[in-house]
Design a binder for this molecule. Structure first.
Ligand code: ASP
Length: 303
């Protein structure tokens, strides 16, 4: 028997999810887990699993990723995503990507097809087209909801990014371990409300929003990106896991560090080197789910 525990943890963002949106978040996480778990259970790699799981949530306008992304101050949509393969200790990421509905898939291509880790802006868009991704008009990514919200925020000079985590919507992420014990993580976001065009957050930065290393574990973070970058949150969690601290304790300790060192708000999902899960957040709610071979149905919650 393998001592590895094929597992999948997923998040759909840490913020004050209003009661009337809870159902959509639970449903969205459930759908993502069903997709990811069916792959893992049939022997897919952790890397394929996290890509597909995150793509399901990018397609769901409930979340701040792909369709449904938060808008920049000028009404444009720019998205960040990253994916890391703990087996090869290699990663791919995209930043400020426009016009592609599944940034995580472009990030995967950066991992597979280049010697780089992070492509940004127009060069990244040209890369995506060269690799067969279809560029879509911005209208395909826009929602009425986000257009209305931008109007409100533009007229609110007191608004600052951290306020958003009382009332934005969620970035998405997944961490998986496969039957062979390989770990992978992926995260995707439309960013934070009222962000300037060109702003890049923690999500595409390896060690900030995402990290995976076989023998250590995998991590995906969500929350106020600038605070996550200050403490390099995913790497901080990895060091706790590396030291042998249990994943729940590691996630909780690192959310504490985020708050204490950077006044940060956010959440963490992780798996340790054996596939045991940990989750923690310091926002009012975090949409999240978990499935492994020992649970007969997924755990899904926002509270
Ligand atoms: N961390 C993301 C960013 O700052 C936002 C989020 O996780 O909700 O871009």
């Amino acid at each position: 028997m393998s001592r590895y525990n094929p597992s999948l943890v997923v998040h759909g963002g840490a913020w004050e999810i209003p009661d009337e949106e809870v159902k959509a978040h639970l449903r969205g996480v459930q759908k993502a887990i069903e997709k990811g778990w069916s792959l893992l259970a049939s022997g897919a790699s952790a890397l394929d699993c996290v890509e597909e799981t995150v793509a399901v949530m990018e397609d769901d306008p409930t979340f701040d990723a792909g369709k449904g992304s938060i808008l920049n101050t000028d009404g444009s949509v720019e998205m960040d995503a990253s994916i890391m393969d703990g087996c090869r200790f290699d990663a791919g990421a995209v930043a400020a990507l426009r016009n592609f509905p599944n940034p995580v898939r472009v990030a995967r291509k950066v991992l597979e097809e280049t010697e780089h880790w992070l492509l940004a802006g127009p060069g990244c868009e040209a890369f995506a087209v060269r690799h067969g991704f279809e560029s879509v008009p911005v209208e395909n990514l826009l929602t009425e909801r986000e257009l209305k919200r931008l109007q409100i925020l533009i007229n609110d000079p007191r608004f600052r990014s951290p306020h958003a985590f009382g009332g934005k919507r969620g970035t998405v992420g997944a961490v998986a371990m496969d039957k062979k014990g390989h770990v992978a993580a992926a995260t995707s976001t439309g960013g934070t409300p009222k962000k300037l065009p060109g702003r890049v957050g923690d999500t595409p930065l390896i060690g900030c929003g995402t990290y995976a290393e076989d023998g250590v574990g995998g991590i995906s973070c969500t929350g106020w990106g600038e605070s996550i970058m200050k403490v390099m949150l995913a790497r901080e969690v990895a060091e706790h896991l590396r030291s042998g601290k249990p994943p729940v304790d590691s996630a909780e300790a690192c959310v504490g560090i985020l708050k204490a060192r950077a006044g940060g708000l956010g959440g963490i999902i992780c798996l340790d080197r054996y596939g045991n899960p940990g989750m923690a957040f310091n926002t009012p709610r975090m949409a999240r789910g978990m499935m492994n071979a020992e649970t007969d149905k997924p755990f899904i919650s926002v509270d």
